[in-house]
Design a protein around this ligand. Structure first.
Ligand code: C5P
Ligand code: MG
Length: 174
């Protein structure tokens, strides 16, 4: 099951009753990272909902070994620590997918997406600059942390979506 942390935050942000809408909106526009308590709770709730759906289709039998691909998390040390505190005794991290791509290509793709139907408040030059600073300062060290644990699986994300997907597929099959 694919779960996108960014997508969960955008959904939460657009819920009129949410207590965190303004806070999330500010972080997304600034390319900074939302406090983990919010993100991790959204992730856990979503994972539990999926597990319950599987359990129902299993006629109430307990499920173990549900597999999740969590996209865009952990993004900084706060994310990593929060996950370890809240989730490490309930989950097992099999590996980290790292989509390696030069900055200029990332920027081009995001700006192109910004012109399309998907209206994100952060696919513009100003926010992108800030997102890249956050990436270099806060996210890369997390990748390095997992590299030390030999958990990083690197994908060359330069080619077309089809070719990138082929690589991902191969990795999951192996
Ligand atoms: O992953 P995505 O590009 O959708 O993330 C968009 C924004 O959502 C990030 O720049 C950040 O502001 C927020 N985010 C976050 N914590 C995460 C994932 C995303 O704060 N773990
Ligand atoms: Mg995303």
């Amino acid at each position: 099951v694919h779960i996108s942390a960014g997508e969960l935050l955008r959904e939460e942000m657009s819920r009129p009753e949410s207590d965190y809408g303004a806070l999330i909106s500010k972080h997304i526009k600034n390319g900074t990272i939302v406090p983990v308590a919010i993100t991790c709770s959204l992730l856990e709730k979503t994972m539990k909902n999926h597990a319950n759906t599987i359990k129902e289709s299993n006629h109430g039998d307990e499920v173990r070994g549900g597999k999740f691909l969590i996209d865009g998390f952990p993004r900084n040390y706060d994310n990593l620590q929060g996950w370890q505190k809240q989730m490490s005794d309930k989950t097992c991290v099999n590996f980290i997918l790292f989509f390696d791509c030069p900055q200029d290509i990332c920027i081009k793709r995001c700006l192109k997406r910004g012109k399309g139907a998907m209206k994100r408040t952060d696919d513009n030059e100003e926010s992108l600059k800030k997102r890249l600073i956050t990436y270099a300062n806060d996210t890369l060290p997390i990748i390095q942390h997992y590299e030390k644990l030999n958990l990083v699986r690197k994908i060359d994300a330069t080619p077309s979506p089809e070719l990138v997907f082929q690589q991902v597929r191969k990795l999951f099959e192996s």
